[in-house]
Design a protein around this ligand. Structure first.
Ligand code: THU
Length: 143
């Protein structure tokens, strides 16, 4: 399904806003994410760090887990905003792949510029996923 330029900019703006809620006192690296579902709902998230560093959760996974916990499993696009348009970490790419290997990923900066866009397949080629475990849950059956 196509995502209009308007919708892309809206997602980036929302990711920019939620990035302000990031709890990142250790790294000071603020990240915001906004996930658009096929129904048009948007789930947002920011990174949440912890004094026990390994417990930190990335913004992308916060948004994804919020969506999944609301039974919103079909997604079109995710916008990710950092200071300068940084790309998502490997762990988040893997978690995205669980649900949609064709997810459109939009990268933006703190000024709200949409800098780059790519598919998850480009970010995570030859992925390991549900298909490898013979799970065909209908969302991501071919990866
Ligand atoms: N971080 C994210 O939120 N998303 C990513 O894709 C990369 C890293 C966060 C985790 C941590 O709070 C901070 O950025 C520095 O790694």
């Amino acid at each position: 399904m196509n995502v209009s330029l308007d919708a892309k900019h809206r997602l980036i703006r929302l990711a920019c806003e939620v990035r302000k809620h990031a709890y990142a006192p250790y790294s000071n690296y603020l990240v915001g994410a906004a996930l658009l579902t096929k129904e048009g709902a948007i789930f947002s998230g920011c990174n949440v760090e912890n004094a026990s560093y390994g417990l930190t959760c990335c913004a992308e996974r916060v948004a994804i887990f919020k969506a999944v916990s609301e039974k919103a499993l079909e997604w079109l696009a995710m916008a990710i905003v950092t200071k300068d348009g940084g790309a998502p970490c490997g762990a988040c790419r893997q978690v995205m792949n669980e649900f949609n290997s064709d997810l459109l990923v939009l990268l933006g900066d703190e000024k709200g510029n949409l800098l780059r866009e790519m598919t998850l397949k480009q970010l995570l080629p030859d992925a390991f996923g549900p298909y490898n475990l013979n799970l065909t849950h209908g969302l991501n059956a071919t990866t």
